[in-house]
Design a protein. Structure first.
Length: 287
């Protein structure tokens, strides 16, 4: 196949609907904590060197700062155009002679006020070059890990994986363990989850199968994470535990600025800087 326009539109619609349901659930948690915090939504258009890109697409940044969610961003973007020649060679199915692409996806990072509540990252996406594929996943990042939370988070993703392929969970769990690692610190940035990429769509049947799996990944997140938040959000904490959280956030920031491929992709394709860097914590220390 060469025309993925309708498929991209379907994926975009799903990502936007998932965004709406996640944001509604997070706002409901804020209500339960006695907060009136809501998401502020800021649309943006793709640009290059400060100039708008014609028909380049854009997205909407969703940001909330509340009592439970100290800072949470839920972004959806749909962009297209051409990669720079030097960057095209690093992308599946693209090269300097064929640098065209489209990309649509949802990206979420939540930094929590209470250090007993785990931070989290989740994204799913659909990209096209000369090839078309899905990618995504999610990982849990607790400053103070609880085995119960870790086990339940992984169980939700394992169930989503097993419904499609018994080999997915061990493969994608290992991929997350390998990817979300900070080499210069010799530590993982959290307790893992799943990460997958290049689930290629060679035809309609492959698209439907990979799209169904990607939807289940999103549903697994929406089922699992709010449960963990509600379990821990009222846990008392002390200054030492807050410092532990702030130190851990420094490691998180290092990974996202040095190693994260999504950050690089956004910066290289004219994405909105504030939306790209929404993954950074609101406060961190290096001491």
């Amino acid at each position: 196949m060469t025309d993925w326009t309708d498929h991209t539109a379907r994926a975009r619609s799903w990502f936007e609907s998932l965004r709406d349901r996640i944001c509604a659930e997070f706002e409901a948690i804020e209500r339960e904590a006695g907060s009136d915090a809501v998401f502020a939504y800021t649309p943006w258009d793709r640009s290059h060197d400060g100039e708008p890109v014609a028909n380049g697409g854009g997205g909407v940044q969703g940001l909330m700062k509340g009592k439970v969610f100290e800072k949470v961003g839920v972004n959806v973007s749909t962009v297209g155009g051409t990669f720079s020649k030097e960057f095209a060679g690093t992308i599946n199915g693209a090269d300097p002679e064929n640098p065209g692409f489209t990309a649509t996806g949802i990206s979420l990072v939540a930094h929590m006020a209470n250090p007993h509540v785990p931070a989290v990252h989740m994204n799913t996406r659909f990209l096209t070059t000369r090839k078309a594929w899905f990618g995504g996943g999610g990982d849990l990042n607790p400053p103070i890990p609880y085995a119960q939370d870790t086990d339940e988070f992984h169980a939700a993703y394992k169930a989503a994986c097993d419904a499609h392929d018994a080999g997915y969970y061990p493969r994608f769990k290992k991929w997350a363990d390998d990817y979300f690692y900070i080499p210069h610190r010799k530590v993982h940035r959290g307790v893992g989850g799943i990460f997958y990429d290049h689930l290629e769509c060679v035809d309609d049947a492959a698209f439907e199968a990979n799209f169904a799996f990607t939807r289940d990944v999103g549903e697994a997140f929406l089922t699992a994470f709010p449960t963990l938040v509600r379990r821990r959000m009222h846990t008392p904490f002390n200054d030492a535990e807050k410092l532990q959280q702030l130190q851990w956030r420094g490691r998180y920031a290092e990974f996202n600025l040095v190693y994260d491929r999504g950050t690089l992709f956004g910066l290289k394709t004219g994405g909105n800087i504030d939306a790209i860097l929404m993954s950074l914590p609101p406060e961190a220390v290096w001491s």
